[in-house]
Design a protein around this ligand. Structure first.
Ligand SMILES: Cc1cc2nc3c(=O)[nH]c(=O)nc-3n(C[C@H](O)[C@H](O)[C@H](O)COP(=O)(O)OP(=O)(O)OC[C@H]3O[C@@H](n4cnc5c(N)ncnc54)[C@H](O)[C@@H]3O)c2cc1C
Length: 493
């Protein structure tokens, strides 16, 4: 049976309801383990049946739709039934769109609308493992300053929650465990030593750990004598779902200046008849006029969407953002062993980077990452492959993620996967990938009020706050903390 038989699209979508207030939603890409691994006894037929039943596991309830008519604001107005006006319209309610909205609300008095074809966390954000690590990034790369700035902004956010008497671990799923980049071969050992020197030269707190030190910190690991690790004690992690929900809730506190339009795909852009500027976003149900800026933060859909939206225009803009599919395995309440830090094998660095277009033909690759989230779930990553916009579960990839993790944690070999299957989930997401390995952040050439913020691949959670700051500074004309030039759309489409 082909894996496509187990498409996550078979999850029934929740019906639309119109409400304001506390958010609730559905998630299409966070379903109970929906395939039949070769070691499991359940038959595909049984699974299919359960997938179609109303008892199928969903994390969220009915979707929230906040119509502008509920918003009392001087700066956002309802023109008529389904036509509204805001200063800023953001397309995409993933971590990038939500944090950009947050930044506008906090740093200006502009009104903001966020529109999504589904709901927050239905894209790559909902699949994210949540590590905000610097260890696998390179100080020589263009993304370094942005990642570093974002890291500091995340830490300040966690700190500000503490100052308000809130617990960042409850609000964001925040954990400051530090991260370990682990090498298993003599070559990786050499690479790690160079990496520690490089990261330390760039001002990060980092130390090289021998096998003995590593095992004292992570006793469940089994690695040979020629191995070691780079330890970054300040690295943190968050829970993407908690964090997105927290940001959304905080955005809604800006009553009168913020509105959400969910389950409402963007279908077009409208030009002003008088000055020729793009003045509105057309969705399936609404027209959202924008007085100041339109921000396209639609993750891996941004490139194709931009092409579609500008089809009527003379300009052909081809921003080559591709979907890079990833699987993640979540084992709930895992207690066979404990992972004390965030772990990543050093091979991840090459796994993430691609050197030539030829590599796009590769079917899939796996690299071990392991985190323990605040609920005590073991989260194992991850795969990378180019499979178009397909989000079906591939059971062989899950098996390989499990096997790769078992090479680091031999205890896992003693655990029968079928035993824990019922408490496991698979998350699948499409990372927004740019071939040059860096996001596109800035105005779209020829459209001064349309901005793009996408292409963060496997680092969108980690780079979100820096990206949001950059976009808002650009729109407001404020000099930024990070040079935006490497991320400009110009020259990359
Ligand atoms: C398995 C996996 C693990 C990961 N782990 C990490 C990690 O540990 N740390 C990290 O930093 N990053 C991680 N990432 C990467 C991170 O999740 C992404 O970089 C990030 O979520 C991208 O956010 P986004 O807002 O750009 O895109 P998305 O989250 O995909 O959001 C885009 C939104 O646009 C909406 N949209 C699309 N088309 C339209 C339309 N026509 N109209 C309206 N709305 C539309 C979609 O519905 C979606 O909600 C991981 C990714 C995967 C897949």
């Amino acid at each position: 049976m082909s894996s496509s038989s187990y498409s996550l699209r078979s999850c029934p979508s929740s019906s639309l309801s119109i409400r304001t207030g506390i958010g609730s939603r559905s998630s299409r890409h966070l379903c109970k383990l929906g395939f039949t691994p070769k070691w499991a006894s359940i038959s595909p037929k049984q699974w299919r049946k359960s997938a179609n039943s109303s008892g199928h596991d969903y994390r969220y309830g009915p979707v929230n739709f906040c119509a502008l008519k509920d918003v009392k604001s001087s700066s956002s107005t309802s023109r008529n039934g389904n036509t509204f006006e805001f200063d800023v319209v953001i397309i995409g309610a993933g971590i990038i769109g939500l944090t950009i909205a947050r930044q506008f609300l906090m740093e200006s008095d502009l009104s903001v609308a966020v529109v999504d074809k589904v709901v927050p966390c239905s894209g790559a954000t909902g699949a994210g493992q949540g590590y905000l690590w610097m260890g696998h990034k390179s100080p020589d790369s263009d993304i370094w300053e942005l990642a570093l700035r974002s890291h500091r902004l995340w830490e300040s956010l966690a700190e500000s929650l503490r100052d308000q008497g809130l617990n960042p671990s409850e609000e964001l799923g925040w954990k400051k465990t530090g991260s370990l980049l682990i090498g298993k071969t003599p070559e990786e050992f050499d690479m790690l030593k160079r990496k520690v020197k490089q990261l330390s030269g760039a001002g990060l707190e980092v130390e090289y750990l021998s096998v003995a030190d590593l095992l004292s910190m992570e006793p469940a690991l089994l690695i040979g004598n020629s191995c070691g690790a780079a330890f970054l004690p300040n690295d943190c992690q968050l829970d993407a779902h908690c964090t997105a929900a927290f940001i959304e809730k905080a955005n809604r506190n800006f009553e009168g200046r913020y509105a959400e339009f969910f389950h409402d795909p963007v279908t077009g852009l409208l030009r002003s008849g008088s000055n020729g500027k793009i003045e509105a976003v057309q969705t399936a149900k609404t027209t959202l006029y924008s007085k100041k800026a339109i921000v396209l933060a639609a993750g891996c859909w941004s490139g194709t969407l931009l092409r579609d939206l500008l089809r009527e225009e003379k300009t052909v803009l081809d921003v080559p953002i591709m979907p890079r599919k990833g699987h993640l395995l979540v084992i709930e309440n895992f207690n066979s062993f404990h992972v004390n830090h965030g772990l990543m094998e050093v091979g991840y660095v090459n796994h993430q980077a691609l050197t030539s277009a030829k590599d796009l033909e590769h079917t899939s690759s796996i690299s071990m990452t392991a985190t323990m989230d605040v609920q005590g779930n073991l989260v194992l990553g991850s795969s990378r492959e180019f499979a178009g916009f397909n989000t079906d579960i591939n059971e062989s990839i899950i098996a390989r993620i499990w096997e790769r993790a078992s090479e680091f944690f031999p205890t896992m070999k003693e655990v029968s996967f079928s035993e824990i299957k019922s408490s496991s989930k698979v998350r699948i997401g499409l990372r927004p990938y740019m071939l040059d390995g860096k996001p596109v952040i800035g105005p779209v050439p020829g459209f001064s009020n349309v901005f793009l913020a996408s292409g963060h691949e496997g680092g969108g959670l980690s780079m979100a706050l820096g990206t949001a700051e950059m976009i808002v500074n650009m729109v407001l004309g404020i000099p930024g903390k990070v040079d935006p030039a490497p991320f400009s759309v110009q020259g990359r489409c």
